[in-house]
Design a protein around this ligand. Structure first.
Ligand SMILES: C[S@@+](CC[C@H](N)C(=O)[O-])C[C@H]1O[C@@H](n2cnc3c(N)ncnc32)[C@H](O)[C@@H]1O
Length: 214
């Protein structure tokens, strides 16, 4: 894909938006809602003992900390492109032996193939300019039996463009209904196993890796 100056400038604007939000992120209203989404997501996820998991667009690390609290055998990595979000995640994480946080963009994951038992992504996918590239990158780093848990907005009156054009948003977002998630998955070598409404307009889609034909 040709990376235009516009795309780079746009990515930098988003990074700046999240850097500014980071110090207040955990106590502003959307995040209280997102933490309730995390709780519902944990109820829906099935992980093997000793699971090694990835959180894409991890923000302040709340989801990983919740997962680690529930399962003392779990280890995890959070990835985000906002330095300020990562600094908050590092500062707030109690068990630094089990949880680490790295800087990166979600379409170029700095991990070896077949590394993770599961990957998560909550309220971050809507910001990605190239969703198929992200799904392909996730498919590569998941183990053959691994699952990808994507929780994000679906189209509704709250996700109409005029809502995202408000000054509180980082704008230029894209939300995907069930059918679009299934189409993107097929392009990326993943399969949609189920869709579940978690809370309000947030839908979880669980993806599995498609086994290569022998
Ligand atoms: C609304 S926050 C959600 C954070 C967290 N997942 C949660 O549930 O609270 C979106 C996060 O995605 C990150 N993000 C957005 N686009 C990204 C990209 N292309 N690569 C890496 N991180 C990204 C932002 O920096 C921000 O931390």
């Amino acid at each position: 894909m040709r990376v235009t100056m516009d795309a780079i400038a746009h990515g930098q604007r988003k990074q700046t938006f999240f850097d500014r939000w980071a110090p207040r992120y955990d106590w502003l209203l959307p995040s209280v809602f997102y933490q309730a989404v995390h709780q519902r997501l944990c109820e829906e996820s099935r992980l093997p003992e000793g699971a090694h998991v990835l959180d894409l667009g991890c923000g302040t690390g709340k989801l990983l900390n919740r997962l680690a609290q529930q399962d003392p055998t779990l280890t995890g990595v959070g990835l985000d492109f906002s330095a300020a979000m990562l600094a908050e995640a590092q500062r707030k994480t109690v068990d630094r032996d089990r949880l680490t946080f790295v800087s990166g963009t979600t379409d170029q994951l700095p991990f070896a193939p077949n590394t993770f038992d599961a990957a998560f992504c909550t309220i971050s996918f809507l910001h990605y300019p190239d969703p198929v590239a992200v799904l392909r990158a996730v498919a590569t780093v998941l183990k053959p039996e691994g699952c990808f848990y994507l929780a994000d907005y679906v189209p509704s009156k709250w996700t109409e463009q005029r809502f995202w054009d408000a000054p509180v948003s980082s704008a230029s977002v894209q939300v995907y209904p069930k059918q679009a998630r299934e189409r993107l998955a097929a392009e990326a070598g993943l399969r949609c196993d189920r869709h579940v409404y978690l809370l309000g307009p947030i839908m979880l889609t669980v993806f599995a890796k498609v086994a290569p034909e022998s």
